[in-house]
Design a protein around this ligand. Structure first.
Ligand code: GLU
Length: 472
């Protein structure tokens, strides 16, 4: 068995947890409870594919019920296994705690290659999986709320919702049984780009901190930073978009078939369209091909964003990575061995469980919208616009001067749903970054930002268990 196959993702999460637990003062029993997965559901169900019956292997893991519902995405990939789903569920617990989203962690997965099935077959598999979850009470707005993850998106969430609603007719809050839905089916505006946008907000905040930029010899801010992104899925695509719009240069984009680089910067939408029409990211006009995709991770750059899968930077390739900041947009892209190497090299690793929390944060906003049965901004938009118009008019009368048309529109504007979602996400990411950095700076023996993030998470989950969850 190769080192790659032996790698346990859940084991890696446990190791990072133990490393951080030393910096807390929780009772060992509480720490042991936080670490465990509370409920594991492994299922096999038959689905008729063509004229054959296929046995589909799937999972749902609820890592912690210190807060309910539990929350986390559903992944469709051939790499899905129990170890991976357990690790991802645990990360969800810590992620939600750090960004103050009042959920426990969960994750689901179906061991299939979604590209091998027709849309009709995928719908059958998704609906059957959902009914298995319903049978065991593993889904519901107050128990466990799935969302998209690698290999799933709005379409799958709509199927899950429809299956749930048809089996639970009349349940008033049924829309909150799943998030990441299409906007027409109870989704919230801004959820699609939320993870990529959260990654941008988080890294932007880190780049504003003198303590970080001085140490790395970087100028403060995002402008003109060189960025390499691995993965052009939903997260990588949107991260690329927001970095480019923020003034950074995305100098390389990597997908599994290869990578492309252009020091003048790449436009993610053009690359996406090129890949869609040609079937490959390679041979993009003006860019240089890198046929071995993982070599893109080793390019000279300021910021490296792995936005694909776990375990892509490990003890083997970490010594060759030249980035100064690594932003973990994916879950678990670095192994604990890579962490140790980056601590020695002085590279700042901005950890997954808070940096990619934008998705679950906006899922929380979507769930709140579903429970309140009203679109964000519906009540206050007009009121705010009227009030701002009145204030501006008074200012113009009192000063005898006119505000220019562009500024006027900006000042008058009452919040739309997407404005409120972005603002809630921005606030969440800024607060979380500062909280983690404060913990790190307050204790110089904490070796890296991941450990500081775990300390924040353990303290929050520990408080819940200590105050509420332990019965005599
Ligand atoms: N799958 C995403 C994650 O890993 C989102 C989860 C959610 O929105 O519940 O954070």
């Amino acid at each position: 068995m190769s080192a790659q196959q032996e790698y346990s993702f859940f084991g890696a999460v446990e190791r990072s947890f133990d490393k951080a637990a030393k910096f807390t003062s929780w009772d060992p029993g509480i720490l042991a409870q936080i670490k465990e997965c509370n409920a594991v559901y492994r299922m096999h169900f038959p689905v008729k594919i063509g004229d054959k019956i296929e046995v589909i292997k799937a999972y749902r893991v609820q890592h912690s019920q210190h807060k309910t519902p539990t929350k986390g995405g559903i992944r469709y990939a051939t790499t899905v296994n129990l170890d991976e789903v357990m690790a991802l569920a645990a990360l969800m617990t810590y992620k939600c705690a750090i960004v103050n989203v009042p959920f426990g962690g969960a994750k689901g997965g179906i061991n299939i290659d979604p590209k091998k099935y027709s849309v009709y077959e995928l719908e059958k598999i998704t609906r059957r999986y959902t009914s298995e979850l319903i049978k065991k009470n593993f889904i519901g707005p107050g128990t466990d709320v799935p969302a998209p993850d690698y290999g799933t998106g709005e379409r799958e969430m709509a199927w899950i919702l429809d299956t749930y609603m048809s089996m639970r007719p009349g349940e008033i809050d049924a829309l909150g049984c799943v998030t990441g839905k299409p906007v027409t089916q109870g989704g919230v505006r801004g959820r699609r780009e939320a993870t990529g946008l959260g990654v941008f907000y988080g890294i932007r905040e880190v780049c504003k901190m003198d303590s970080v930029t001085e140490k790395l010899g970087l100028t403060p801010g995002i402008k003109d930073k060189t960025v390499v992104i691995q993965g052009l899925g939903n997260v990588g695509f949107h991260a690329a978009k927001f970095f480019r719009e923020g003034g950074a240069k995305v100098i390389a984009l990597a997908e599994f078939e290869g990578a492309i680089t252009n020091p003048a910067g790449l436009h993610e939408e053009e690359v996406f369209q090129h890949r869609k029409t040609t079937g490959s990211i390679l041979n993009f006009p003006g860019a240089t091909n890198i046929t071995n995709s993982s070599e893109a991770l080793e390019l000279e750059c300021d910021i490296l964003i792995p936005a694909a899968l776990e375990n892509v930077i490990n003890g083997d390739n970490a010594p060759r990575v030249k980035a100064k900041i690594i932003g973990e947009a994916a879950n678990g892209p670095l192994t604990p061995e890579a962490d140790e190497i980056f601590i020695k090299k002085g590279v700042i690793v901005v950890p997954d469980m808070y940096l990619n929390a934008g998705g679950v944060t906006v899922s929380y906003f979507e769930w709140l919208k579903n429970l309140s049965h009203v679109r964000y901004g519906r009540l206050e938009k007009r009121f705010t616009e009227n009030l701002n118009t009145e204030i501006l008019q008074q200012l113009e009368i009192l000063t005898g001067k006119k505000v220019n048309e562009r500024e006027k529109l900006f000042i008058q504007h009452g919040p739309d749903e997407v404005d409120l979602v972005y603002s809630g996400l921005e606030e969440t990411m800024i607060t979380a970054t500062r909280e983690i950095m404060d913990v790190w700076h307050a204790n110089p023996s904490i070796p890296d930002m991941r450990t500081a993030a775990y300390v924040v998470a353990i303290n929050k989950v520990g408080t819940s268990y200590a105050e509420l969850g332990i019965f005599p």
